[in-house]
Design a protein around this ligand. Structure first.
Ligand code: EPZ
Length: 423
């Protein structure tokens, strides 16, 4: 297993290109199952999760080619051979559950393993099940697998979600796109990745309105055509790298970044004292104040403060002048970065879903352990500001969601390298 060594090395300076969004690409790849025509995704991120999604689609019979070093995916599902998404793949990546809706809509059946728990929470599937049952599917749980069937073509229906689940919204929209009639999803998630999915489906001939709002209406069509679609830029990678100069000092231009993807995060980061502005080619983040102000944060569905940026913001609050409270409302166990940050000298007290962070004047390097994707990168951010060399172990978590992290950060002056622990 590899580790990353990062040494506090003073202010950063330069440009970081922001890749296509992992969470958009993982929702866009299953759309190939909805058509027998080729679907091409451009601006795809080069990540291990994309490879996992490719393995899953290939196991179903989809032909997937990676072009342009992996930035372009060409997929064709003209010859599906299975509707069975195996546990071995699904357990590695919960987003595998996004084949459920498309498979059901295209083939009338889907057998998809329950993803099982993950580090950050139990992550049930009840909203996905309810959403697809509202479209006429029957779904049974047998030996850890969801067995979904539709008696002929899916029938349009209306479903109101008890909470705005991103994945359940995506599964409903993809399935309803081919259902018979007009379906309505209430309390739909509004994340930019859903807006991007609908843009792609619309370019294939889908009739959908209301994306980005809490009510989405889908008028089912008989067939969908192929398309070429650019993956929207990754708002979580963007937010992560905006925090880097806030921690280490200096100025970084995030190429391709867009303010309208960031919701409440922009306001919270601005309130911490970082100077952030839109530029012709993205977003500029500049440390102008010696002091980092303490800012309270509560994670919420979009456009609230993104849960996927909570760990990174906590790393910043560890160096704030004062005490901040970070409330995690989306997941039940998403503070695993806290004990690792404490090893670096942070003062954090976690009580249930609230972390109280008392800022300290400096962090000190320590050997730390990555536990999940976003927790891992919060440790890298802390290492950028810490005195000495921090070793972050188990960085395979990072490879799931951060393309070329070491080169992107070293290109703006960070002292960072990847080593193999198998020496
Ligand atoms: C997506 O996961 C993202 N993943 C997550 O990003 C992100 O944290 C999450 O949305 C919230 O924004 C992808 O898009 C691939 P949810 P998803 O369904 O769709 C509960 C990352 O770091 N829930 O919106 O699985 C669930 O337990 C990852 O990139 C149910 O109760 O999230 C959670 O508490 C991590 N029943 C909450 O809803 C269900 O049927 C939000 O989950 C489904 C979800």
């Amino acid at each position: 297993m590899d580790s990353i060594l990062v040494t506090g090395n003073g202010p950063l300076n330069g440009k970081i290109p922001i890749a296509g969004a992992k969470n958009a690409c993982l929702a866009l790849m299953p759309v190939t199952l909805l058509t027998d025509q080729p679907v091409t995704l451009t601006n795809a991120p080069i990540l291990s999760d994309i490879k996992t999604a490719e393995a899953l689609l290939s196991s179903l019979g989809t032909e997937v080619s990676f072009l342009n070093g992996g930035k372009v995916l060409v997929m064709s599902s003209h010859n599906l051979k299975s509707s069975h998404a195996d546990y071995d793949i699904v357990r590695k990546m919960r987003a595998s559950n996004l084949v459920l809706g498309p498979l059901l809509a295209r083939t009338g059946e889907a057998v998809v393993s329950l993803p099982g728990g993950c580090a950050i929470g139990a992550r049930p599937m009840d909203l996905h099940i309810g959403a697809l049952e509202a479209l006429g599917a029957t779904i049974e749980l047998k030996e850890g697998y969801l067995h979904a069937k539709s008696n002929g073509r899916l029938k349009a229906g209306t479903f109101e979600m008890r909470m705005a689940s991103v994945g359940a919204t995506e599964n409903f929209i993809m399935a309803a796109a081919l259902a018979n009639g007009t379906s309505v999803l209430k309390n739909a998630a509004k994340e930019p990745e859903i807006v991007d999915l609908v843009k792609c489906l619309r370019s294939m001939g889908a009739q959908i309105t209301g994306e980005g709002s809490s009510t989405v209406e889908i008028q089912g069509v008989d067939t969908l055509g192929g398309t070429t679609h650019p993956v929207v830029v990754d708002r979580i990678e963007l937010g992560t790298y905006m925090i880097a100069p806030a921690m280490a000092g200096g100025q970084v231009d995030l190429i391709g970044g867009k303010k309208n993807l960031l919701g409440q995060f922009w306001n919270s980061l601005e309130r911490s004292g970082l100077e952030i502005s839109e530029t012709a080619d993205g977003i500029r983040a500049k440390r102008v104040n010696e002091i980092i102000k303490a800012v309270d944060v509560k994670t919420e569905v979009y456009p609230g403060f993104a849960t996927d940026l909570q760990a990174q913001f906590m790393a910043l609050m560890c160096l704030a002048d004062g005490t901040s409270f970070l409330e995690e409302t989306l997941f039940e166990n998403r503070f695993m970065h806290a004990p690792e940050l404490i090893r670096m000298g942070a003062k954090i007290d976690v009580q249930g879903g609230i972390a109280k962070v008392q800022g300290v004047s400096k962090l000190k390097a320590a050997p730390v352990m990555a536990t999940d994707l976003r927790a891992s990168v919060s440790l890298i951010l802390a290492g950028l500001a810490a005195e000495g060399e921090t070793k972050v172990a188990r960085v395979y978590h990072l490879d799931r969601g951060y393309e070329n992290l070491v080169s992107k950060l070293s290109n703006v002056g960070a002292k960072i390298e990847r080593i193999s622990d198998n020496v």
